[in-house]
Ligand binder design. Structure first.
Ligand code: ZN
Length: 313
């Protein structure tokens, strides 16, 4: 039995939020549908922030309801606060990805809250979810941004990450995401942080969110795999960044991540050939966007068999 890995596409949120051109709703939904058809089982389709703040998400309602019609897909969305959670619940989204930063300055700039206030917000969100009828309660994920470095404060203490992880789990998080928001992390640091977090809250799933800003993205995935992490965020063509973290750009590339995991013998459930083709939707919808990706540049190795081809053989 190959170890199953859950891959979550975050490009529609993390990638598009810094892109100045609005991607048409139909194109977003085509992207979601095509990636789901290629085998990606979870997609963060939008963010419930005020459109005034990020106009790219003005169609959050349409993108959510449209995505919910796509088969075999867990539809997630980012929420910065209680208001975002209310919107998500009204829309029937299946997973809410709450985000706070471990570093004080980044949290102030990103969500205009003290980290302790964000933890209090998270408790209110969990309470709101528990008020919903069983069956209408979205999964709630606690996201820890800047957990491996901050563009304002530099190094972030492992103990600070563990402290927030424990607080969010005690408050009722179903899952955590530990994020290298600005792409500072190295594999040794990843091992230290994830081992420390998993030691305290390993009874809930802990996912990893890496950026490849400085070229360490897939090496960090390998280090997280060694710690037992089996859930990873990535974005097609490596779209991504953070509007409040100067210089941050590029989530790890979904296609390259898939290739690496597939080659290592993990079961991603993704058809890599089909996944690479989804890039066309982005290329046509946003001709001015920077697209990354080693597999797209170099092609698949000679005689490479996708998971689907191996199954059929
Ligand atoms: Zn990110």
């Amino acid at each position: 039995m190959r170890q199953k890995i859950i891959l979550r596409e975050v490009g529609l949120r993390d990638g598009l939020q810094i892109h100045p051109t609005f991607m048409a709703t139909d194109h977003k939904l085509a992207w979601v549908a095509a990636e789901a058809a290629a085998g990606i089982s979870e997609i963060e389709v939008t963010s419930y922030v005020p459109p005034k703040l990020i106009p790219q998400f003005a169609d959050a309602a349409e993108v959510t309801t449209g995505s919910l019609l796509i088969p075999n897909l867990l539809v997630a969305a980012l929420i910065p606060n209680l208001r975002g959670a209310q919107r998500g619940i009204e829309l029937g989204v299946q997973k809410l990805n709450f985000v706070m930063s471990v570093s004080h300055t980044h949290n102030l700039k990103n969500v205009r809250r003290e980290p302790d206030e964000s933890v209090a917000d998270f408790k209110s969100i969990v309470a709101l979810i528990k008020e919903q009828p069983v069956g209408k309660r979205p999964i709630i994920t606690g996201g820890l941004s800047t957990a491996l470095g901050c563009s304002y404060e530099g190094r972030v203490a492992v103990s600070a990450v563990v402290k927030r992880a424990v607080q969010l789990v005690q408050a009722g998080a179903d899952e955590l995401v530990v994020a290298d928001t600005v792409g500072y992390a190295d594999p040794i640091q990843v091992r230290d942080v994830f081992q420390a977090v998993l030691k305290e809250v390993g009874h809930v799933p802990v996912a990893a969110h890496f950026h490849d800003t400085r070229g360490t993205g897939l090496a960090n995935v390998s280090a997280a795999l060694d710690c037992g992490v089996t859930r990873f965020d990535a974005s097609l063509a490596g779209l991504g960044g953070c509007p409040f973290a100067p210089g941050a750009s590029g989530n790890i590339v979904m296609e390259d991540l898939c290739f690496m995991l597939d080659s290592m013998g993990y079961d991603t459930g993704v058809d890599l050939g089909q996944l690479v083709q989804v890039r066309e939707i982005i290329a046509q919808a946003l001709p001015d966007v920077a697209m990354q990706g080693a597999i797209a540049r170099a092609g698949l190795p000679h005689n490479y068999q996708t998971a689907a081809q191996r199954r059929a053989a």
